[in-house]
Design a protein around this ligand. Structure first.
Ligand code: HEC
Ligand code: HEC
Length: 382
């Protein structure tokens, strides 16, 4: 009969004493807690990522950071936890995997070699998702530790983030399939064992290695990694960021903010501003003409601070305007693609009234940042 994996010999309770099959404590409390917290946070991250859109990004970030913290702590537990939590106990060598596939290795109380492979694949995917997600947030939106790292890198990271999202989805499906398969094959409920922590011992089982959890070591290591990691990220976040939009000049704010918000210069390329400024007498059906020297001063300021000088997402996305509607941000293919899912009625109702009223939904529109964390569609006003 297998030895109980935990250091303290299990004192048989009266129920266990009566039961013909000995219950063995396989999964410790932290392992079970981290497993289910990871399952929950990754599920919410996938749902909010694939279906929530940018207005749900805050939720996506909260659960994403939670998943990252769980993985970091699970990694420390892999070196400091009790036997069945130790990576050394279930390191999936090709030999062990082959033996398992061939059905030559008997029942594992801890992770079997294929399950172990899945553990590493899932932990690795969450790390890859966290890194690519943070790089996207920094590069595209100038938020967080990688804000200084440029739009181009952010775009690549965004693609990678999505690929990793599909990858982890596939891994989860395979994991559920594997758990179901092994449960049926071994006639035991493995999901329940991950809740109770217990399995019924059988003759010939592979018991996990006998190791006591090193609690003090574990706490110290976890704390060092989390605090050190946070400090390093804060330091990265403090780097100067290039290509942020400039504050709108007071002249432009006064003259161009009379009928609508003064659009930040970084929202359109130079050529579009020049076209718009040359036709102020017929400005979207209004006469917005100004004194010639004012027009020149505004034209020059807009050209100098146009999309070409910024590295923000709108500066890149709106930089190829529709040649038939130069000077109209809402006519650019990029703007249309971003707002594709919003029904036309939404733009007409109070307090939005028009597509060009960016700040109704983007609280930071006047500054030109357009952070997804400053984004919400206001509910209808009666
Ligand atoms: C007399 C009022 C008035 C003034 C002054 C004015 N505009 Fe406009 N502007 C409009 C109207 C009306 C529209 C069309 C709005 C719409 O279709 O929703 C518009 C639209 C725009 C748009 C396109 C917005 C979009 O929906 O893509 C830009 C860009 C713009 N104006 C820039 C400027 C600039 C730059 C100045 C200063 C030189 C300026 N406007 C001054 C009335 C004005
Ligand atoms: C009715 C509310 C609404 C208005 C008005 C609106 N937007 Fe948006 N915008 C959204 C929503 C919602 C999204 C996110 C779509 C998604 O989930 O991908 C978005 C996304 C964006 C994005 C990309 C995401 C980001 O945070 O950078 C940019 C840039 C943007 N809008 C610019 C503009 C500009 C410029 C205007 C004005 C000309 C404007 N929007 C007007 C609702 C609005």
């Amino acid at each position: 009969m297998a030895q109980p994996p935990q250091p303290k010999p299990a004192r048989p309770t009266s129920a266990a004493a009566l039961s013909p099959e000995p219950k063995i404590r396989v999964w410790d409390l932290f392992l079970r807690f981290s497993h289910w917290l990871l399952a929950l946070s990754v599920t919410i991250a996938l749902l909010s990522g694939f279906f929530g859109g940018l207005p749900k990004l805050w939720l996506h970030l909260i659960v994403g950071i939670t998943a990252l913290v769980v993985v970091v702590l699970r990694l420390t537990w892999g070196f400091t936890g009790p036997g069945s939590a130790r990576f050394a106990d279930f390191w999936p060598s090709p030999r062990a995997i082959m033996a398992h596939l061939a059905g030559r290795d008997g029942r594992h109380l801890g992770h079997n070699p294929l399950g172990a492979l899945m553990v590493f694949a899932l932990l690795g995917s969450v790390l890859a998702l966290a890194i690519s997600g943070a790089l996207s947030l920094g590069g595209l939106y100038k938020i967080g530790p990688f804000a200084a790292d440029g739009f181009a890198l952010g775009s690549v990271a965004r693609e990678a983030h999505e690929i990793f999202g599909f990858l982890i989805l596939a891994l989860i499906a395979a994991h559920l399939g594997g758990v179901l398969f092994e449960s049926l094959r071994g006639k035991e409920n493995l999901a329940r064992a991950m809740v109770t922590g217990q399995k019924v011992g059988r003759p010939g089982d592979h018991a996990p290695m006998e190791r006591q959890a090193r609690m003090a070591m574990s706490l110290a290591l976890g704390l060092i990694l989390l605090v050190g990691g946070t400090l390093a990220l804060v330091k990265l976040a403090k780097r100067p960021v290039d290509g942020l939009p400039v504050v709108t000049s007071s002249l432009v704010a006064d003259e161009c903010g009379a009928c609508h918000m003064a659009y930040p210069a970084s929202l359109l390329p130079k050529q579009a501003w020049q076209h718009l400024m040359a036709g102020l007498d017929d400005h979207f059906g209004e006469d917005a003409s100004l004194a010639p020297e004012t027009t020149v001063a505004i034209s020059q300021w807009l050209a100098a601070n146009a999309a070409e000088s910024a590295d923000t997402l709108p500066a890149h996305v709106f930089s190829n305007p529709d040649p038939m509607a130069l000077g109209q941000i809402t006519a650019t293919p990029g703007w249309k693609a971003l707002h594709h899912d919003i029904v036309a009625e939404t733009f007409k109702r109070a307090p939005i009234f028009s597509q060009g009223n960016c700040q109704a939904c983007h609280k930071d529109a006047e500054g030109g940042r357009f952070s997804p964390l400053a984004l919400s569609i206001p509910s209808p006003k009666k």
